[in-house]
Design a protein around this ligand. Structure first.
Ligand code: PLP
Length: 392
C-alpha cells in the first residue's frame, strides 16, 4: 500500500488526480496541530499567535523555494480560482480599462474572469491552439495591442496535459512591457519552476492538486507588479489579500511543496512509465482510439483519449461501477453535456470530443491499477458500441 492510498478508499482505483489529490499523510501530520492546539491568530502579538506566525512564514519560504521566488512575493489565497481572479482582475482594475490576451483552452477560472471583464468594458483576444493543444507564441505576439494589460497563458492544460512554451510567450510579453501571468495549477509540484528564469510576473497554484489540502492556494506576484486586491479586508498578506489566514491550509501547502521538491523527479519518471503502459495497452486492445494532446510536451500524469462511437460519460459510469474513478473532462465542466471547450479548440469534432476520457495518475497508482483498466475497458467499450446510436 502506498503512502497516499492510506488516505483514500482502498477499494477504489483513483485515476483523477488532475481533479484533486488526497492529502498526503505527512501533510496531514504537519497540519494537525494547527487544527487543534496551535489555534492562535497569526496576527496576535502574544506567544500563541507568534508561534503560528512562524509556521505561516516557514510555509511561505517553502513555497518560495518551490518557485525560486522571494517569500515576500508569495500571497496566500483560497485556491487556484482566487489566484487567477486576483491576477487578472487585479491588473485590470488597477488600469481601469484595456485589453487582455489569453487562450481558448484556459480553465474556467481564467476564461470566466476574462468574459466578466469583457462585459465590463474591457476587450480580449483568445489565442487559438493547434491540434496538439499548443499555443503558437507568434499568435500571442500578433494579439498584443498598445493597451494590452496582461498576457495570461496556462502552463499545462488540465484536460490534455499539453505544456505550453511559456518562457517564449513570457519574453514576448516582456518585450512589449506587458505583465505575464500563468495558471500553473496543474504543474506546481509536478514540474520544476523558476519564475525569474521563466520570465513569469504572476503565477497561480493550488494546494489540492499536489497532495495538499483544498481551499488553499498562492498567487506569486513578482516585486514591482501592482495589483488591485480582490479580497478587501484586514492588513493580512501586506494588504494584498484580507482575511485571517487559513493556517492549517497554509502549513499543509508548505509541507506539500517541501515533499514535492524532493520527490518530483522520481514521481515524474514513474508516472510516465505508468501512463505509457496505459496508452500502449489501450491502443492495442481498443480500435478507433485517438490520443489527445502533444505527444512529448505534456504532463507525465495525463492520458486523454477519445474512444470513438462511445459516450465518455457512459464509459465513466461503467468504470465507476467497477471502482475506477476517472473523468471525461475537467472536474469543473463534467456534469455539463457540452463537449470540452479544450478539445473543440484543438479542432476535434463535437461528436468525437463527446467520447473523451481523461485518466490522470498519481503517487498512489500502481501497475496493477493500470492493468485493471486495461482488462475492463475493452469489454465496456465493446458492449457500449454494440448498443450505441453514435453515427459511424
Ligand atoms: N486552473 C486549473 C488549470 C485547474 O485545473 C483548476 C482546478 O481544476 C483551477 C485553476 C482551479 O483551482 P481551485 O480548484 O484551487 O480553485
Amino acid at each position: 500500500m502506498s503512502a497516499t492510498s492510506a488516505m483514500t478508499d482502498n477499494a477504489m482505483i483513483y485515476l483523477d488526480h488532475s481533479a484533486t489529490t488526497p492529502v498526503e499523510p505527512r501533510v496531514f501530520e504537519a497540519m494537525e496541530p494547527y487544527l487543534t492546539a496551535n489555534f492562535g491568530n497569526p496576527s496576535s502579538i502574544y506567544r500563541a499567535g507568534q508561534d503560528v506566525r512562524r509556521a505561516v512564514e516557514q510555509a511561505r519560504e517553502r513555497i518560495a523555494a518551490l518557485l525560486k521566488a522571494e517569500p515576500k512575493e508569495i500571497i496566500f489565497t483560497s485556491g487556484g480560482t482566487e489566484s487567477d481572479n486576483t491576477a487578472i482582475k487585479g491588473l485590470a482594475l488597477k488600469k481601469g480599462g484595456g485589453h487582455v490576451v489569453t487562450t481558448s483552452i484556459e480553465h474556467p477560472a481564467v476564461l470566466n474572469v476574462v468574459k466578466w471583464l469583457e462585459k465590463n468594458g474591457f476587450t480580449a483576444t483568445y489565442v487559438p491552439v493547434g491540434s496538439d493543444g499548443v499555443v503558437d507564441p507568434d499568435e500571442v505576439r500578433k494579439a498584443l495591442r498598445p493597451d494590452t494589460l496582461v498576457v495570461s497563458v496556462m502552463h499545462a492544460n488540465n484536460e490534455v496535459g499539453t505544456i505550453q512554451p511559456i518562457e517564449e510567450i513570457a519574453s514576448i510579453a516582456k518585450e512589449a512591457g506587458v505583465p505575464f501571468h500563468t495558471d500553473a495549477v496543474q504543474t506546481a509540484g509536478k514540474l520544476p519552476l523558476n519564475v525569474e528564469e521563466m520570465g513569469i510576473d504572476l503565477l497561480s497554484l493550488s494546494g489540492h492538486k499536489f497532495y495538499g489540502p483544498k481551499g488553499i492556494g498562492v498567487l506569486y506576484t513578482a516585486k514591482g507588479v501592482r495589483l488591485e486586491p480582490c479580497v478587501h479586508g484586514g492588513h493580512q498578506e501586506w494588504g494584498k489579500r484580507g482575511g485571517t489566514e487559513n493556517v492549517p491550509g497554509i502549513v499543509g501547502l508548505g509541507k506539500a511543496a517541501e515533499i514535492a521538491m524532493s520527490e518530483m523527479e522520481a514521481d515524474d519518471n514513474r508516472l510516465r512509465g505508468l501512463r505509457d503502459r496505459l496508452e500502449t495497452g489501450l491502443a492495442e486492445r481498443i480500435s478507433d482510439v485517438d490520443f489527445n494532446g502533444h505527444r512529448e510536451s505534456r504532463l507525465s500524469s495525463v492520458a486523454n483519449v477519445c474512444v470513438k462511437y462511445v459516450e465518455g460519460e457512459a464509459m465513466l459510469l461503467r468504470l465507476d461501477y467497477h471502482g475506477i474513478a476517472a473523468s471525461s473532462g475537467s472536474a469543473c465542466t463534467s456534469g455539463s453535456l457540452e463537449p470540452s471547450h479544450v478539445l473543440l479548440a484543438m479542432g476535434i469534432p463535437a461528436e468525437i470530443a463527446h467520447s473523451s476520457l481523461r485518466f490522470s495518475l498519481g503517487k498512489d497508482n500502481t501497475e496493477e491499477d493500470i492493468d485493471k483498466v486495461l482488462d475492463l475497458l475493452p469489454a465496456i467499450v465493446e458492449k457500449l458500441r454494440a448498443m450505441s446510436a453514435f453515427p459511424r
